[in-house]
Design a protein around this ligand. Structure first.
Ligand code: ADP
Length: 157
């Protein structure tokens, strides 16, 4: 069985996340989408809301499970007997931080491997931050997120 964990903040989940996760779900037997409880940025959605929105995005996809986690990602992996972390690399600006993170996780548990994925070209510039900003300024986010997320943003902001 090949399992992998795709961790993130998902504040909120975008079409970029959904596209990447759907692609890897065709490659691995099981994907766990890990919604991080601790948010270093100013979050718009609570953990419960981020979890519910992300779950809805993958409702009906049998091999994608959405769970929340708090604490160390390395512990979350161990708990689920998983050793692969999947992360997207959108731009060079993501690179330094992501490589640093992968080394930290490796030093916490040598069995952990981080795999980097290239987003689909149409979503390469898309981020949750941009979606939040457009929504906060009254812009249309339907090109960036699924309808249930757009509705949640409208209600929230
Ligand atoms: P974090 O705050 O941990 O970076 P995010 O929810 O912003 O969490 O992102 C989770 C993962 O999804 C990261 O690996 C990120 O690179 C990736 N990602 C974010 N936006 C996109 C996108 N538009 N296309 C593909 N992958 C993305």
């Amino acid at each position: 069985m090949s399992n992998a964990i795709f961790p993130g903040t998902f504040d909120p989940i975008t079409l970029g996340h959904e596209s990447l996760i759907s692609r890897v779900a065709c490659v691995f037997d099981n994907i766990i989408v890990g919604v991080a409880a601790g948010v270093h940025k100013q979050a718009v959605f609570s953990l419960g809301e981020r979890l519910a929105l992300t779950k809805r995005s993958f409702a009906g996809v049998d091999n994608v499970q959405v769970l929340s986690f708090s604490g160390l990602l390395a512990d979350f992996l161990r708990e689920h007997e998983c050793r692969i972390i999947l992360r997207g690399l959108r731009a060079v600006s993501d690179f330094d931080f992501e490589v640093q993170l992968s080394h930290i996780n490796k030093s916490l548990d040598v069995r952990i491997e981080t795999m980097f994925l290239s987003p689909s070209s149409e979503y390469i510039h898309l981020s949750s931050t941009v979606v939040r900003e457009v929504a906060q300024l009254g812009g249309d986010v339907t090109k960036f997120v699924s309808p249930h997320v757009a509705e949640a943003l409208l209600r929230k902001i």
